[in-house]
Design a protein around this ligand. Structure first.
Ligand SMILES: [Zn+2]
Length: 652
């Protein structure tokens, strides 16, 4: 397969630096092992109120994982050209000015800072550490004597995005405390929260009546409030968290528990608003999912089964009714029943904030439930919606990504130099290393396949390095070398994607039984250094349709990667076409030899041009590369229109 030279060089570097295949390892073995990790990709320095152990899986410290391949390369570019290229001071300035009336200048420091902390943890880079230390000090210096830390003018406190922004500031302070152990950051976080408690809560302002989207924006501060409780043990924060959730079920609240348990689809929870971006709109996707992330943190503390059930039911409803073939959803930033309507262009599809938050909520739920289908979802979102939204050099992200058309960046918001999605895209990428390999009570879990090295602490003591050598999903073979510090008995779980109808696993050449799609293949044995596991996945290209709809479009999906037509590869991307699928719905793909340098995968497949019975080759590229000239010269289309031909009994 075609491998751009830059990528090949990078892989050489990775192999040299990280010591693939038995050379010295990259990181200290399991240095942070055993720490429960809860906040945005950070571990907990010294949890006071340790949550119950309800998680099926635990993340590895970011510094103990190194990804190569398409995902790892994207992370490296994004860290260098977006995260570390940001002027942090510019994002602190509105906290000094405090002139905000209704924009969301309040969110940018926290979002960027969270990505910078994750980047530092991942790279262990001292320059990144200096940058986050400087920025944290600069931000903390803006705190008022009463504890307020935000961008809003005093007379506008609690309006629109004030509390939403305080959420990101609070998350940033906690992440900094977790990274460095700085007590001043934790104290600053406490003062921020204590000040909020003087403004909202019983006998004070309502958190659901203030702020945007039926209070979902403001009340998503639930997440850092619970994380603050975990770090301080202060019962007032747990009480406030319970208060927020109780407010959800009041007449003005977003009913995030009761409507979820009743199975009300996320797009139908409230009547369509007369004006779109207003308090009345209860379908705002990003803010809704942010609230459920907080609810999962509260569940970890209280074990309230209704809270977990509400998130599971909502997550599955979003997957079934909203998420499209590229692994994201929403139109105009709101749920709209998009899964069944995805072949039709909708306005402003797939906000990158929605993509990132869908992945982040999924990872949170994967840790709790150990459900491998969620890892399938994350993989699909990463390879398609998320990578498609990133500029090829990693320096910026699109605000919206259509399934047909051409790519474009979004506007600058609130004089920040950024928009919400530019700030969130890196956070989506940086959750991949800690999704790729996790630990369970009985061993190690591999969720994502990509060239990588991960060092996992083992439940019985010691650690094992898991080295993956593969160019999956370009090709179908994944070789994993298992390198325990000495012979160790533990279970190794390998995710078998639900789409992989034919899969096989061998250990040192011997076949493993019970390899089923949509489950983990669990291999329990005494592992010795150098044991080799080989996984073969089914990358036959599948022709898919919109589930349950009498719709005359098809898309082609190969493994986790959605394919698309791109005008640079030839042909009219909008023409009707018939693909030659076999009885099982697979189409034959040939690797296409010529393609633009920026295109990752390109294939050809035989087709019939529907209107004139002409036959020829139809060219397809991976969706993330489709349109990546980022102008109208590269038009693309995922859903291919099929001709209506009564004589063919509805066949493709
Ligand atoms: Zn956004």
């Amino acid at each position: 397969m075609h491998t751009p030279d830059g990528r090949r060089d990078f892989l050489k570097q990775l192999a040299a630096v990280a010591g693939l295949w038995g050379m010295p390892q990259l990181t200290r073995p399991g240095a942070d092992a055993g720490r429960p990790g809860f906040a945005d990709g950070v571990g907990v320095a010294s949890p006071v109120a340790a949550p119950r152990r309800l998680d099926a899986f635990t993340r590895l410290p970011l510094g103990d994982v190194r990804l190569g391949g398409r995902l790892g390369h994207a992370i490296d570019l994004c860290v260098r050209n977006r995260v570390m290229a940001q002027d942090g001071e510019h994002l602190v300035e509105p906290f000094r000015q405090r002139r905000e009336t209704n924009c969301w200048s309040s969110e940018f420091w926290g979002k960027w800072f969270l990505s910078a902390v994750s980047a530092q943890r991942y790279t262990q880079d001292s320059t990144a550490l200096a940058a986050v230390e400087q920025s944290a000090r600069s931000l903390m210096a803006t705190q008022s004597s009463d504890g307020y830390m935000g961008t809003y003018a005093p007379q506008n406190h609690l309006a629109t995005w004030d509390v939403w922004g305080r959420k990101y500031t609070l998350l940033g302070l906690l992440a900094y405390h977790d990274l460095t152990g700085d007590r001043a950051a934790l104290e600053s976080a406490r003062r921020l929260a204590d000040h909020l408690l003087t403004e909202v809560g019983p006998g004070r302002a309502s958190i659901v009546k203030n702020g945007a989207y039926r209070g979902m924006a403001s009340s998503s501060i639930l997440e850092p409030i619970v994380l603050l409780y975990n770090r301080t043990g202060d019962a007032r924060y747990l009480a406030f968290a319970e208060h927020i959730v109780a407010q959800w079920e009041t007449p003005d609240g977003p009913r995030l528990i009761s409507k979820a348990l009743a199975g009300v689809p996320v797009a139908e929870r409230f009547p369509p608003p007369a004006k779109w971006f207003t308090w009345e709109n209860g379908q705002k996707a990003y803010e809704m999912m942010s609230c459920y992330e907080g609810l999962l943190e509260l569940y970890r503390v209280t074990g309230n089964p209704d809270h977990l059930a509400a998130v599971v039911k909502t997550y599955e409803n979003i997957r079934d009714t909203e998420i499209n073939v590229a692994g994201s959803g929403a139109s105009m930033e709101c749920w709209y029943g998009g899964a069944a309507r995805q072949t039709v262009q909708a306005r402003h599809m797939m906000e990158t904030c929605v993509t990132m938050t869908w992945m982040k909520l999924g990872q949170n739920l994967l840790r709790l439930t150990g459900d491998p289908r969620i890892a399938d979802d994350i993989e699909r979102s990463a390879y398609n919606a998320l990578l498609a939204s990133m500029l090829p050099d990693g320096s910026s992200f699109a605000k919206y990504s259509p399934l047909a058309g051409h790519r474009a960046l979004g506007e600058i918001q609130c004089d920040s130099g950024l928009n919400c999605c530019t700030a969130n895209g890196p956070r989506g990428l940086l959750l991949l290393p800690e999704t790729a390999v996790m630990t369970a009570a009985d061993g190690v879990v591999v969720n994502l396949y990509t060239r990588s090295i991960a060092t996992a602490a083992l439940p019985g003591g010691g650690h094992a390095r898991i080295e993956q050598e593969t160019d999956y999903p370009v090709s179908s073979t994944v070789a994993l070398r298992i390198m325990p510090d000495r012979s160790r008995a533990f279970a190794l779980r390998l995710r078998i994607p639900a789409w992989s109808a034919r899969s096989s696993v061998t250990v040192n050449g011997a076949s493993v039984a019970d390899v089923r799609p949509g489950e983990y293949a669990r291999i329990e044995r005494t592992w010795r250094a150098g044991d080799e596991v080989r996984l073969e996945l089914d990358l036959r290209a599948r022709v898919v349709r919109v589930p349950g709809a009498r719709d005359r479009h098809v898309a082609v999906v190969r493994g986790p990667v959605v394919l698309a037509r791109d005008s640079r590869l030839g042909g009219d991307v909008d023409e009707v076409a018939s693909l030659r699928a076999d009885a099982e719905g697979h189409v034959a793909l040939e690797s296409a030899s010529t393609r633009p340098d920026s295109v990752w995968m390109a294939f050809s497949t035989p087709f019939e041009q529907g209107l004139h019975d002409a036959k020829g080759e139809l060219f397809l590229t991976d969706y993330s590369s489709a349109g990546n000239a980022w102008n109208e010269t590269s038009r693309f289309r995922v859903w291919l229109p099929q001709i209506l031909d009564p004589s063919r009994n509805g066949g493709t």
